[in-house]
Structure formats: structure tokens, C-alpha cells
Design a protein around this ligand. Sequence first.
Ligand code: DGJ
Length: 738
Amino acid sequence: MVDTITFDTGQRLFLLRTDRSFYAMRVLADGELVHVGFGALVATTLALNNLDHYEEPNYVWEKQGRRWEYPAFGDVTTHDVAIRAVFPQPAAALQQDEAAHVPIRDLRLRYVSHEISTSAEPGLAAQHGRNPATPKPVLCITLRDIGYNFLVRLNYRVTPELDIFERWVEVENAAEMPVTIEGLAFATVHLPTDRYELRRAAGSWGREFVCVTQELHQGVTPLRQLGLNTGHNANPSFLIHPKGRAGPDQGITYFGMMAFSGNWSLRFDVLPTDAVRIHGGYEDSNFSMTLKPSQRHRTPAFIFGVAEDGTNGASRRLHAWMRRHVLPQSAHGPLRPVLYNGWESVYFDISMDKQLQLARTAAAIGVELFCVDDGWFSGRRNDRAGLGDWTVDRDIFPQGLAPLIAEVRRLGMRFGLWVEPEMVNPDSHLYRAHPDWVLHFPGRPRIQTRHQLILDFGRSDVVDAIYTMLDSLLAENDITFFKWDMNRYVTEAGSAAGREIWYQHVQGLYDVMDRLLKKYPRLDIQSCSGGGGRVDAGILSRCLQAWTSDNTDAMDRVYIQDGFSLFYPPPAMESWVTHERNHQTGRVIELDVRFDVAMRGVLGIGTNIDAIPAEDLENYRRKIAFYKKIRHIVQGGELHRLAEGQNGGASVWQSVSPDRRESVYSVVVVQAMQGHHLPFYRLRNLIPDATYRLTDEWDHELGHFSGAQLMTLGMPGDQRHGHLTCSVRSRTVLLAVV
Ligand code: DGJ
């Protein structure tokens, strides 16, 4: 058994090891902490020596190009940095009439000490007690400024079996005067000098998680979010690999993401030497944080690692880490229920009768969780009014929600409800009583988006008031699921918290969620932000699943889900079957395709099921039953993306159960001309000498094949459909060892 974290006192070298990778840094004679290396292991042992020969040539004076483990503005001024701190004027400087030189924007960090523990955790870690608490080793290295008593602690937590490193930073003002921080990364990660390609999720509302690949050239490539949530346009996650040398299943692939649901920034800096640094942390264009004497701040985590088995290898490590260490455990068991959501059925036209009718039909086709979307609360007839007043609308539900919930429970389903707690409509009791509770600048315009404003979570009284309203709702009703929405970006970020609002909004949000999850152990939360605007490792440590997009067109969703799954696992990916003619795109898509796409994650139904023919309902019932048969593999298995829709042809996913005895094969043809034959996709990670029986949703047997054959010749066609061509749009097949 090899130690995960070691310190070689002779070389003053830190070596962090996972099962298949390493990360190393060392302390130079004058206390500078420099990066040594990060990569995949080639053998079980790794002895590092003569490290001076690996120091970057100082291509300009004053060590600007040195691989500072956590570059500070002061030591490094001609490249991007991880931290910028501003110190007030020392009295002596003023006496000498040096006022023009102050405040002092110069920070030089040197090694002081280090320790290894197993209890430290990053800032904003979930406090609801539902994450598996596995003790993991954490290295904490303390650095101090050369003059001021300002400390920076770099933390490294290692999950060896998944090749995952987590880093975060704690800053402490141990000086007598306040210190202002104007830029703060959770980590800087150095890659070996090379030419790289970056893969990341891009997009917009309705087009989230569309994967973009770009070559990194010299200079800084910034990714960021400015809207207060995680964002539709970009996601704080990435894959990066040496150009042209990595594929889906082979080649070194670095990966990373941040556990933060507010304004974030990732900057990929290719230096003139081709050395590459990645700085990930708070977006700092309008950010600053002042630490009073003895005050500390701990950042959220930057998660990263390296896989030697390509893009899929990187995704699988992230998925396993999320499943085992991030996603909250539900009191209702490990499998996500089949959900019904009525948004696209009724929109704001909610009535008790219609909800009862939908609930009865939903139960009859096998739904397990019935969720009432927007429009159930006081004054909410459209999107112009009501947000902020989280009490049941008595015009719609004269006796409250109790009779509806009782019926839903009698039908054997759980009950869920939509909320958007961070928002308020000016036309609401809450806003009329507290117009000062929103983000605003006094005397300046308050721009509304979707007729709503954002509450100031920089105020603890506002956070507490929102908590109290949700608490009452849960105390009075048997609600075990919240769909937690957030439908706008910030415009005027004026807050009681000043320029710290970017952090404090997220802190307030997480705090409300953590308190509710702790008090109501049967509550689960879904993250939604106008679709997939809030998906990240921070929110997913509170929300067991996320809404990936408001775009429910199955063909568009293939791309969205391909991109989502690069970073986030299928049990976190909520996906609905909606109407034959899609409400967003108007495209008509057959039921098989809609189900085959939605069954890749957490299946939901969003169709107006009372308005479809009986034979269609029977199809829904059969397909939901089939999903229940395969969902432990889809949600709990290991995902192999055999082909991505973006490359044309088909999107092909294969999930493999942990014991490899079961697998689900899912193909959706996105683009193929008549006469174009798709390959027999070769399956992965089956037991070579086991025989697998292939069946479909009708339980029709499609044949028996050995694992070895399926992994070499590939997935066969079948008698019923013939060979898989563009005329078969999609298919989901269950494979089980006989
Ligand atoms: C945006 C969500 O993404 C939709 O699913 C729906 O809940 C609406 N908000 C309701 O206002």
C-alpha cells in the first residue's frame, strides 16, 4: 500500500499519488513553492530526483515564468495570477510622504509549514449530513507573505481509487489591519508543456451543454459566468488533452470542474514557453472581499485529475466521484423515481380537477413522483405576479394542497412542488412589504426579467425569511420533492454585502437548502435554472438531479445530454418525454425516439397524458415499465459513450452494471442518409466469456452473444428491425448474462 501523500524532507518535495496518477510540488531554498509535475503514472513506483534540471528557464527576468504553485500578484505581474491582495498603507510609508505608492498591491507567498489530516473540507461543503462522509487524506500547506501576517493555506484532498484531486484555499488575515482580496482562485493547475485542445460545454438557454472543442493558443482563454448562477452559456468544467493525441477511449486527458454555483472564472493561460496554467475561482471583474483582522475565508473546491484512457475515462472518473462522494443520498433509496411534471401540459392554467386527473393517469402508467410546477401559489396566474408569496392559492386549492397530496399518496406516488425562492415579482405581498429586499442600487433603475427581481441574499434577514416560508410549506404538507428554479440573471448587483454578493448569494442559497434537507430527511431537491443554468458540483451536493434544459425536443436533447454526460452522471440528468409535436421547436418526433432519449437519464413524463389516445398511453405504460427494469444500470452503471451525436451518424451510449453482468445499449440516429449504414458499435467492459441475452422493451429476444463477440464484432442488428440503418431512428436494448 503506497502512501497517498508524502513529503521528502531532503528535497522538500510533496508527492501526491492516486492509483493511476501523481501530482508533485516542492519548496525552493527561499521558500517559494513551485509545481514539479502532474500526470499519469507509468509504473507503481515513482522516484523523483535532480529536480533542479526541470526548473523552467527564466525567459524573462524576475522569475515570471517560474511554475509558481499558486502565483500571487507581486511574485508574478506579467502573467495571470491566482490571488491579488491589497494591503493598507503602513504608517511609516505615509510619514515618508509615499502616499502615491499605497495601498500596497504586492503579495509574495513563502512556505511556512504543512500538515496532513483527514478532516478538512472545502468552503461551502454541504452541511445537511446526507453525503457519504468518507475520510480522505488532506495536505495543507501554509504560505505567508514576506512582510504582512497574511496567510494562504493550500489544501489538497486526494481520492486515490478515482484519481481525483480536490483543491481549495483558505486565506487568513492575521495582521492588524484589514486586507482586501480582489482576485481569488480555488486553485492553479499546471499542465506539462505541450499543445492542447480544450473541450467544454457552451450554449445558451435551450441549447445548454453543447460541446465545443478549441485549440489553446498562446495567451489567456477565459471562460466565465456573470449572471449570479452557474450559467447556460458555459459550465465550470473542462476536458483538456494534447492536441491530436486523445480520443474517446485512449490518450491522456486532463479534466476539472468547480463546486460553485455563482459567478466563476476559468482561465487557461498558455505562456510564451508553451507552459500551461489553469486558474479557477471567483469571477473577479466586480468582486472584492475584505478580511478584517483575524478573519478567514475558505473557497469552494476545484476538482481535477488526469485519465490515461481518453474522454470516456475522464468522464467515468468524474461520474463515479459524483455518485460516491457528491450527490446527496435520498431517504427514498438509490434509484431516482419516474417523475411526472405538468408544466408543458397546463403551464399556468392550474386547477384542482385537472391536477387530480393528471395524477390518476400518471399513476396508471407507472409514475412514482407527481410534481406540480409553477402557478400553484398566491396570485400566480401568469409570470407577472406572485413570486415571493409562497402560500397556496386558495382560489385554486380552497382547502390547501392537502386533498391533492392525499390523493397522490393514495395513488402510491410521492408529491413534489415547484419553487423559485431567490426571486420576487414586484406584484407580490413580499415586495410591497419589503421593496428594499432586492438587489438594487438606490435611486437607480431596477430591471426586470420575466417580470421579476432577485432577492438580496447578502442579507441574513432575507435568507431567514425565505427559509421560514419554505419551512412552513414543508411542515404543513407532505412534500418530498422541490423543483428549485431560478429564472433570471442579475443586472443591478447592489447588495448589503457589497462586492461580496457573488459569494454570499451562493452561501445563502446553499444555507437554505442545507437547513431544509437537514430538517426534512425525506425531502429531495432538483436543481433547475431556466433549464440547465445551475448544474455544478456545488449544487449537486444538495440536489440529487438537475433539469438539463427547457428544450425537450428529443433530437436537440441528444446533443445536450451528450455534453452534460461529459462531466455529470446519468442519475443527475432529469429528462422528460413530452408531446409528439414539441412545444419549443415544433418538430414532430415519434414516441420511441422520445423515450429512448429520455431513458438515458432520470425519466420524467411531461406530456398532457389526459389528451392522448388510449393506445399511446399503453405504450407509455410499457416503456415506463421497461425503464424500471433497466434504470439500476442506467443510473448506477458505468457509462461508455460509443459515438457522439455531434460527429453525425448516431449517438450511442452503453451503460454497464458494476458486476458487468448487465448492460444497456442505447442508440439514437441523429443524421444519416438513406443507404448510409452505421457501424456495428463495439461494446465495452463486458465479461468476455459470458453469454448475454439481448431483449427489448417487449421482452423480445434479440439473440444470445458472448461478451467477447459483442466487444469485437460489435452490437448486431436484429431479426425484427434488420440491420441498424437510418430507417431505425433509435433503440434501447437490455443485455443480461444468462
Ligand atoms: C423554467 C423551468 O425550466 C420550467 O421547467 C418551468 O418550471 C418554468 N420555469 C416555470 O416557470
